[in-house]
Design a protein around this ligand. Structure first.
Ligand code: GLV
Ligand code: MG
Length: 315
C-alpha cells in the first residue's frame, strides 16, 4: 500500500478518460478526494496504447494537490494489462499513489498485480510502494470478494462496479447503478452489504461505483445516500457536477459532527471522573444510554469530519 494515500478520504472519486489530456488537466482542480485516470472502459480500444503515455504525462506535469491519484489499468482478461502496468509505473513519478484493477475475480488476480509491481519497484528504485484498488463487478468477483480483500497488503479500497455487474449477472436493465423503482427494495442491497463486510473485515475503504444518469443530481443524491447509510466511504463521480453532491453526501452534517464530540466528552467524563467504584461504563446522554460502542460510532463521525476539514461549533 501507499503510505501517503492509505488513510486519505475518498468521498468523491472522479473518473477521467486517460485518452483526454484536456479532461485530465481540468480534473486536477475539481475538488475530488480521489482521481483516477482511466485506461479501461473510458478509452476506445484504438486509443489504449497512446493513452498510457498521456496518463504518465498528466501525472508528472499537473498539480494534483492532495488528491489520491490512481490509474485504472485494463483487466487481466485483455491483452493490455501488463503493458499498462509497466509503462505507467516505470515512467510515472512518485506522485502516483495507486493502480485500480477492474473486474477482479480472485485473490490471484490481485496477487499477480502485486508481484508485477514489486518487480517494477525494485528495478526503478521507487521509494513509495504503489497501492491497489480492486473492483468487484462480476458474479465470480462477488463470490470471491472475501479472498480478494485479503489478497495483498497493497490493497487500499474495494469498489463496487454496478454497470459491469449488471451485465455479468444478466439483470434486465440498460442503465447500471441507478434506482429500479419497479423492484420492491434495493436490487443491490445484498451486493452492497457483502462487499462492505469483506472490505471492513480487512481494514479497507469501501467505495460505491458510478451513477450513470449524469444530469439527474437529485436522483444521484438519493442513491448515494443508500451506500452512505450502510457505511461506505465514498462513490465515483463521472462528471464534475457529481463531485459536490457526492462530497456532501459522504460528509457528516455539522449537527452530527457536534453531537459526536458531545458524546465523546460525556463518555470520557463518565468513565474517568469520580471516586473508585463511581466511574461508569454506560451513562445517560440526554434521553439515551451511551457506552463504549457509542464512543466507537462517534469517533467515525469525528474522523470523517476532520478529513473533510470540519471544525466543531463553539458553545
Ligand atoms: C464500473 O466500472 C462499472 O462497471 O460500474
Ligand atoms: Mg466496469
Amino acid at each position: 500500500m501507499s503510505e501517503r494515500s492509505r488513510n486519505l478520504p475518498r468521498r468523491a472519486c472522479l473518473s477521467v478518460p486517460g485518452s483526454s489530456p484536456k479532461m485530465m488537466a481540468k480534473a486536477a482542480g475539481l475538488g475530488a478526494d480521489m482521481v483516477f485516470l482511466d485506461l479501461e472502459d473510458a478509452v476506445a480500444p484504438l486509443e489504449k496504447e497512446a493513452a498510457r503515455g498521456q496518463v504518465v504525462e498528466a501525472i508528472n506535469t499537473l498539480d494534483w494537490g492532495e488528491a489520491v491519484l490512481c490509474v485504472r489499468v485494463n483487466a487481466w482478461d485483455t491483452e493490455w494489462t501488463y503493458r499498462d502496468v509497466i509503462d505507467v509505473v516505470e515512467n510515472a513519478s512518485e506522485r502516483l499513489d495507486e493502480l485500480m484493477l477492474p473486474k477482479a475475480q480472485s485473490a490471484a488476480d490481485v496477487q499477480a498485480l502485486d508481484m508485477l509491481l514489486t518487480q517494477i519497484e525494485k528495478v526503478t528504485g521507487r521509494k513509495s510502494s504503489v497501492g491497489i484498488e480492486a473492483q468487484i463487478e462480476t458474479a465470480r468477483g462477488l463470490i470471491n470478494v472475501e479472498e480478494i480483500c485479503a489478497a495483498s497488503s497493497r490493497l487500499e479500497t474495494i469498489i463496487f462496479g454496478p454497470a459491469d455487474f449488471a451485465a455479468s449477472t444478466e439483470m434486465p436493465v440498460l442503465t447500471g447503478g441507478v434506482q429500479i423503482p419497479e423492484y420492491p427494495g434495493d436490487h443491490f442491497h445484498y451486493v452492497f452489504s457483502k462487499i462492505l463486510m469483506a472490505g471492513r473485515a480487512n481494514g479497507l475503504q469501501v467505495i460505491d461505483g458510478p451513477f450513470l444518469k449524469i444530469k439527474e443530481g437529485e436522483a444521484l443524491r438519493d442513491y448515494a445516500m443508500r451506500t452512505r447509510l450502510l457505511g461506505y466511504d465514498g462513490k465515483w463521480a463521472l462528471h464534475p457536477d457529481q463531485v459536490a453532491i457526492i462530497n456532501e453526501v459522504f460528509t457528516p452534517t455539522q449537527e452530527q459532527y457536534d453531537r459526536a464530540f458531545d458524546i465523546l466528552d460525556a463518555y470520557e467524563k463518565a468513565t474517568t471522573e469520580g471516586a473508585a467504584g463511581e466511574r461508569k461504563g454506560a451513562v445517560m446522554f440526554g434521553d439515551e444510554m451511551i457506552d463504549e460502542a457509542s464512543r466507537k460510532m462517534a469517533l467515525k463521525f469525528v474522523s470523517r469530519g476532520q478529513r473533510a476539514g470540519m471544525s466543531r461549533s463553539s458553545g
